[in-house]
Design a protein around this ligand. Structure first.
Ligand SMILES: C[S@@+](CC[C@H](N)C(=O)[O-])C[C@H]1O[C@@H](n2cnc3c(N)ncnc32)[C@H](O)[C@@H]1O
Ligand SMILES: [Zn+2]
Length: 380
């Protein structure tokens, strides 16, 4: 018997977590569930209906019902009958009123294709969410939130570019220091695109990357004009590996050489070039952090996002990229670097910081402070 949040679970946790487990429960995914609870807590309205179409042990559904008072009903589904039995057992164990749950056991895509009016849907499959995305845009109601987890992060981040192009119709970029962020932006693009086909305007309001997964949350609106507005945020990333120049551009503005050093630019996309966090929503999530029992890891991620989330930039810089590209062997400590570049820690990597200063200004400070200090130090 184990406990997560307020929920008791009767599951076996083997030494190696894999999809071969009779009923899937991954304790490392507590961050994923914690954040989903916070997001729903920050939603408007009462009597919310949440859906976990790949529910496994049902831990997420149970936590929603026990820890988020505004959730009044949960729809659980899993294609695996053993998972369903285990969920029913966990329902009894936590003394949850049966009338608050609707249980299905079928293919998640078929269920989502006919389900409607959910306030929140959480697509959390093994591996890539691609097989489920074309159905996942339907069950969420206007103003509701669709969340998608992807564990094929190495594909999205550029280790297997041809797989990414095939699956997500987008070119990733392993060569840049913020390749994970590029991956998240490709995932968002894909969800936005799936919705746009049906005049659904999905807009990301919260995203994060943690260990082996990405998770994105998108709010749904409906209408051709609104959808046209949203898809204006799909574009391309230009990147220079000689001076770290990066810029997000629309198709018409793609160029081939770096405006700062003339080097041939690398390109990624199409991908989401708008914001990753909605500021108002982020504020609300942050203010509600005490309302849900959160793991230490979740708190760490939230803290960083609460800093970087207010800076609108595509990409971030890292200490190692700075040291390598500008050949500075003895970088000052991180605190000084953050100050110099007006940087905020990013949750993507402890090495990285986001800033709203322009790349021109960034290069000027590299030259006038970092390179000068480094020369002085070497001479001394
Ligand atoms: C990663 S687990 C889900 C974990 C769960 N959402 C949680 O928070 O703990 C994936 C689950 O999807 C189920 N599954 C796999 N393919 C499915 C399909 N096509 N339709 C419905 N469920 C499926 C598996 O049986 C497994 O329980
Ligand atoms: Zn350059």
């Amino acid at each position: 018997m184990i406990r997560e949040g307020n929920v008791l679970l009767n599951v076996e946790i083997p030494e190696i977590i894999s999809s071969d487990m009779p009923v899937f429960y991954n304790p490392a995914m507590v961050v994923n569930r914690d954040i989903s609870l916070l997001i729903v807590s920050a939603m408007e309205g009462e009597n919310l209906v949440v859906c976990d179409p790949m529910g496994a042990s049902g831990v997420r559904v149970l936590r929603f019902l026990l820890e988020v008072p505004k959730v009044s009903k949960a729809i659980y589904n899993d294609i695996n009958q053993r998972a369903v039995e285990n969920f029913k057992e966990n329902l009894r164990l936590n003394q949850i009123d049966q009338s608050k749950v609707e249980i299905h056991s079928e293919d998640a895509s078929l269920l989502m294709r006919r389900l409607r009016n959910c306030d929140y849907v959480d697509v959390d499959p093994y591996g890539s969410p691609i097989p489920f995305l074309d159905s996942a845009v339907f069950p969420v109601k206007r103003g509701g939130i669709l969340s998608v987890t992807a564990t094929d992060t190495s594909v999205l981040s550029g280790t297997y570019p041809s797989t990414c192009i095939r699956r997500y119709a987008s070119k990733p970029l392993l060569e840049c220091e913020f390749y994970h962020e590029v991956g998240i932006r490709i995932l968002i693009k894909k969800v936005v695109e799936e919705g746009a086909k049906h005049d659904y305007a999905f807009r990301p309001i919260f995203s994060y990357s943690y260990k082996h997964h990405f998770k994105v949350f998108l709010m749904k609106d409906i209408g051709a004009k609104r959808t046209d507005q949203v898809i204006k945020n799909i574009g391309y990333l230009l990147y220079c590996d000689k001076c770290l120049y990066r810029e997000s551009v629309s198709l018409e503005n793609i160029k081939s050489s770096c405006p700062f050093c003339g080097n041939r630019l690398l390109i990624a996309g199409p991908l989401w070039i708008g914001e990753l966090w909605d500021r108002e929503f982020l504020q609300k999530v942050w203010s509600l952090r005490g309302s849900v029992e959160l793991s230490q890891e979740t708190i760490k991620i939230l803290k960083a996002i609460n800093e970087e989330g207010y800076i609108n930039s595509v990409g971030f810089y890292t200490l190692s990229a700075l040291a390598k590209v500008f050949k500075i062997p003895n970088l000052p400590p991180k605190g000084r670097i953050l100050k110099l570049f007006e940087g905020k820690q990013t949750h993507f990597t402890p090495q990285g910081f986001r800033t709203s200063i322009s790349h021109e200004e960034f290069l000027r400070r590299v030259q006038s402070v970092l390179l000068r200090d480094s020369r002085v130090n070497t001479q001394a």
